[in-house]
Design a protein around this ligand. Structure first.
Ligand code: K7E
Ligand code: CUA
Length: 658
């Protein structure tokens, strides 16, 4: 971010010299309207109007906030182990973090996409991206849990991801960093970037019944950096648009070397055409290795499958598949308005916002209004695709959302403001300061055909003086605006977890009634489930000991276990027998190296424990479940290797004293 500021220094000096106002934020107090508290107050016992799904950035998780209250409702673990939920610690969830590199228990999550039907949020799933070790995840909105994680081969930095088509046909992911493809010899000098490095765009098919993802095909592109993308909709359905930077193909000191070209590109991809090429067998099979992890809410277990092939279409060889549109200057985003006709791109180093017209782009392609090609791909003339430019919008435009009333709102990173402008006449209507340096912004449904233009949230990168100091690190600040009137009004600040990038929100009534409350015990297909205390037991299989255990208020069965020996691997398979909403039980054993469990009603989860010394080890429930929660405990006796102590597991029956 320092880099951007440094570069923007030059731009802003030039702008100031030209008489354009630099928009220093006013003081915080002046920006708040008098009725703000009433607008965000959700009385105790009342529900919020929207669920807001917010990326957790470097935390690798997704958080859910109620809007307008800004209350944190839940953190959904996705790409990182989570001690609050046991995610990645239980034997059942460990496979979800598998990749071709082994277990990767921490990633960087940037973008959030609600599933869509007819271009509107439908409340089935949320898709998110793992930015570092390229992965996509699908979260099921019945359970608010991660149901599937798919690794992406031939990718390095899964940033322009995950963006979805109008009916969730595809989840699409473009690589940020170009790299040699996985089947090429990657042991090449870095300065052979231009020759050896390639980009890829992955089109991942989504099964409409169960949401399962599968890589349908990838498109190999020239080596540039893909930053963000959006699907067309309505008239532009069938096309996908990606913003690209580093068209200079620099491999070092990108802050200078990738900022040389006056224009970079938007890449327009005709994915309907790609489907035709795929059908016609024009793809090339490429050897790769990637993990595909799925969680089942029936067996309460997950599994990893390793796959080793993808089909790649070549953007250079296959005609009419990809086109470039020049776009000033290192664009960070591309956003398509609700009608599907206007494409807004924000060059973060540009002093204007270009708006492209889909219909003009199609005409330009038909009439071959090209200015040449880039690595064999036609480059459409800028003016031929341009609808117009928003002049003097502010400094450092990044991301745009739409209010459904013909307006767009764009974040200005450098001038720390959000700017509302009209899509038709491209005139700025309103600008409001934010504190400070906004990245993404979010209007519920703001990327869909039907935005819910009542609220807007700016996700700011720099918090500085907004909250009480908490040492060198401060929670990132989100700011809620009422945008129902002509002027956008700041009504709430709230802190977020991790660094929020994109977020999406949906009306609560589209989700809340489908949210499940318990897992039905009789439907539990976990191989080690105990569906009643009568089914609990302790079984030895060589050095593996399986403890079939249950939890119900307020005891564990068994709670006295003997006959464990040094050298054993002990598996505690804990089934929560409760069939009541919101009564989890937890499990912990002293000395366990890999954490604890948290088990939902009707569910079974497993903790693996390898005792390292002889002695008595307490076990207990970690979730304060009842008045006698403190009594919900027991002991495990560990004896030396070769000991003759009998293997037993009891609750409430004492053996005769020795
Ligand atoms: Cu933060 Cu979408 Cu990764 Cu812009 S990106 S801010
Ligand atoms: Cu169960 Cu505390």
């Amino acid at each position: 971010m320092k880099t951007l500021k440094y570069l923007m220094g030059a731009v802003s000096v030039a702008l100031l010299a030209g008489g354009i106002q630099s928009c220093k934020p006013k003081s915080a107090d002046t920006a708040i309207s008098g009725d703000a508290a009433a607008k965000t107050y959700v009385a105790p016992g009342k529900y919020d109007e929207f669920y807001n799904f917010v990326s957790g950035g470097f935390s690798g998780q997704l958080s859910v906030y109620g809007i307008p209250s800004g209350r944190l409702l839940r953190v959904i673990p996705v790409f990182s182990q989570d001690p609050e939920k046991g995610w990645g610690f239980s034997e059942e969830t460990k496979p979800m973090l598998n990749t071709s590199h082994g277990s990767v228990p921490w990633d960087d999550l940037h973008h959030v996409q609600l599933s869509k039907t007819n271009g509107e949020n439908d409340g089935r799933w949320v898709f998110v991206n793992g930015n570092n070790t390229p992965r996509l995840a699908r979260i099921d909105l019945k359970t608010f849990r991660t149901a599937e994680i798919l690794e992406l081969p031939n990718s390095g930095g899964n940033h322009s991801s995950p963006f979805i088509t109008e009916n969730t046909e595809y989840v699409v992911a473009g690589t940020r960093f170009s790299v040699p493809l996985d089947d090429a010899d990657g042991d090449v000098p870095i300065n052979t970037y231009k020759k050896n490095f390639k980009g890829t765009l992955s089109f991942v098919r989504v099964d409409q019944k169960d949401g399962n993802m599968d890589i349908a095909f990838q498109i190999e592109t020239p080596g540039v950096n893909f930053d963000l993308s959006r699907a067309g909709k309505g008239p532009s359905h069938g096309w996908f648009f990606f913003s690209c930077y580093n068209t200079e193909q620099a491999n070092t000191l990108l802050e200078v070397n990738a900022s040389k070209n006056d224009k970079d590109f938007i890449m327009a991809v005709n994915w309907k055409k790609a489907e035709e090429y795929l059908k016609a067998g024009k793809g090339k099979k490429v050897k790769v290795k990637y993990a595909h992890n799925k969680y089942s809410e029936v067996s309460h277990t997950s599994s990893s499958e390793f796959k080793n092939e993808v089909i790649v279409l070549n953007s250079k060889e296959l005609k009419d598949l990809c086109y470039f549109i020049p776009c000033p200057k290192s664009p960070h985003g591309i956003d398509i308005d609700p009608t599907g006709e206007y494409m807004v791109s924000s060059g973060k180093l540009a002093a204007l916002i270009p708006v492209f017209s889909f219909s003009k782009m199609i005409k330009a392609i038909e009439s071959k209004s090209f200015e040449g090609d880039y690595s064999g791909i036609p480059v459409i003339k800028y003016e031929a695709a341009l609808y117009g430019e928003v002049q003097k919008p502010g400094l450092g435009p990044l991301h745009t959302e739409f209010d459904g009333r013909g307006n767009a709102v764009t974040t200005m990173f450098v001038s720390s403001e959000i700017v509302k402008w009209n899509i038709k006449d491209l005139k700025v209507i309103d600008r409001q300061p934010v504190y400070y340096s906004p990245g993404h912004l979010m209007i519920p449904g703001g990327d869909s055909k039907k935005p819910d233009g009542k609220y807007l949230i700016a996700y700011n990168k720099i918090t500085k003086d907004r909250y009480l100091p908490t040492g060198p690190e401060l929670a990132q600040s989100a700011q809620l605006f009422d945008i129902s009137g002509d002027k956008m009004k700041l009504i709430l600040d709230f802190p977020t977890i991790g660094e929020p990038h994109y977020a999406q929100a949906i009306r609560a009534d589209k989700i809340k009634d489908q949210s499940i409350k318990i897992f039905k015990l009789e439907e539990n297909k976990h191989p080690y489930a105990s569906k009643g205390e009568a089914q609990t037991k302790v079984m030895r299989d060589k050095n593996k000991v399986h403890v079939y255990m249950t939890a119900i208020r307020s005891h564990l069965t068994p709670d006295n276990i003997e006959g464990i020996r040094i050298g054993d691997e002990v598996y505690f398979h804990l089934t929560n027998l409760e069939q009541d909403w919101d009564v989890p039980h937890g499990f912990a054993v002293k000395g366990a190296n890999n954490g604890e469990l948290l088990v939902m009603p009707g569910e079974t989860q497993t903790l693996k424990w390898v005792p390292d010394r002889v002695g008595i080890f307490p076990i207990y429930c970690t979730d304060f479940c009842s008045a006698l929660h403190q009594e919900m405990s027991g002991y495990v006796r560990v004896s030396p290797a070769g000991s003759k102590v009998a293997l037993i597991g009891n609750t409430g029956t004492n053996m005769p004293a020795e």
